[in-house]
Design a protein around this ligand. Structure first.
Ligand code: 1CP
Length: 361
């Protein structure tokens, strides 16, 4: 049998999944949160054709089109399903709408304990059917070029939006619920945990090759509250989701929860997303090689000159250090007014500078 070299096995088609499994790669894989989005003119054109953001999400053909746009334009190492974390609350009857320039708004936010007790777990093959349909179509159109990431919001983060009604500054409503009626919040989080689990399992069955949980608002909680209301359900999901015969890897991104990296690395996740306020080398030491790490360039570095951007990429790569287990990403989503050409600078820099030292010419 011919011997396989590292290059045969580690091209663009699988370096992302190999890195998540902490296997050797030819160079550091890179993808970017919100890589399909408003900074791309072709995204804005499709979005306009769709008429609304939710039409875009609900049409498997259009969701597929925008998922592929960044992968076709740049040498990114993964595609991420185009959808939103708020599809689950929408399917639970809260009525999701997007106000231009303001972000998501629910027509019927959870404002009474009664409304919380009435919630039911949506069937991902019924109310959310458009999501597994999009996953199947995207897998077909990707033709194995790069793996596809499926995702969902964490129960805590979904609860924040459902109770606040939209983006929030102080999280006063959800925190009042947490302290005045903890049993009601636990009930809500329990329903959401079941919903997220079923939703991600449907994405895996439809062909998602990695899954990611966005706990975007974990970091707004005090340590004890974080453990009780956010981390506990992340652990339940990490251990409870049926990830199929291939055991697709799970990435958990608990933004701003850097004080909890040790606990997160023992949650059952294969990889942790890291924001840019945390040094990657230190995160690696604290998680002791139990997980891969994904991140963590400051998204504002995309506004720097190409030379400065390359330098910042190099610093992130060096902060991780040698050895496998690093997936390059920004520490949060790419912002809408970034020059798309900066994405090319970023991706090329990661692939050039991210090669293992022993293979550098
Ligand atoms: O076209 C538009 O104007 C809508 C902008 C937009 C986009 C492109 C929204 C509204 N959602 C998305 C897509 C999206 N959302 C993806 C697609 C895949 C990709 O990364 O390319 C993903 C993974 C999300 C996840 C998401 N939605 C999160 C978690 C990640 C994060 O940013 O922390 C959150 C919090 C949301 C809610 C949401 N949806 C949209 C906006 C503007 C927001 C944030 C609202 C806020 O500020 O709280």
């Amino acid at each position: 049998m011919p011997t396989m070299t590292i290059d045969d096995d580690c091209g663009r088609h699988n370096r992302f999944l190999r890195a998540l499994r902490r296997q050797r790669v030819d160079t550091t894989p890179v993808w970017v949160m919100r890589q399909a989005g408003r900074y791309l003119p072709e995204y804005r054109a499709t979005r306009q054709r769709a008429g609304s953001f939710m039409n875009l999400c609900r049409s498997p053909e259009l969701a597929c089109e925008v998922t592929l746009q960044p992968v076709e334009r740049f040498e990114l190492d993964a595609a991420i399903l185009f959808s939103d974390i708020l599809t689950i609350p929408d399917a639970m009857g809260l009525g999701l709408g997007f106000v231009e320039g303001e972000g998501p708004r629910f027509a019927r936010p959870l404002r009474t304990l009664d409304a919380i007790t009435r919630l039911a777990v949506p069937d991902p093959e019924m109310e959310l059917r458009y999501v597994p349909d999009a996953v199947r179509l995207i897998r077909r159109e990707l033709r194995g070029r790069v793996p596809l990431i499926g995702f969902a919001g964490s129960p805590w983060t979904l609860a924040c939006y459902m109770v606040e009604g939209g983006p929030s500054e102080g999280f006063a409503r959800i925190k009042k619920l947490m302290w005045d009626h903890p049993e009601a919040l636990h009930h809500l989080l329990g329903v959401l945990t079941q919903a997220v689990r079923a939703y991600l399992e449907a994405q895996v069955r439809a062909g998602a090759q990695a899954i990611m949980l966005f706990d975007s608002w974990g970091g707004v909680l005090a340590p004890g509250d974080y453990r009780e209301f956010s981390l506990a359900n992340l652990c339940r999901l990490a251990q409870g989701i049926d990830r199929g015969p291939e055991q697709v890897p799970l990435i958990v991104f608990s933004r701003g929860a850097n004080g909890h990296l040790e606990a997160l690395s023992q949650s059952g996740a294969d990889a942790l997303g890291i924001d840019w306020t945390q040094d990657l080398g230190e995160a690696r030491a604290r998680t002791d090689g139990r997980v891969a790490l994904q991140g963590n360039l400051d998204p504002a570095a995309m506004y720097a000159s190409p030379a400065s951007l390359r330098q910042q990429v190099d610093l992130v790569l060096r902060s991780y250090g040698d050895g496998p287990g690093h997936v390059f990403n920004l520490g949060h989503g790419i912002t809408p007014d970034v020059d798309p050409e900066q994405m090319r600078v970023l991706v090329d820099a990661v692939h050039q500078l991210g090669r293992p030292r022993d293979t550098l010419a």
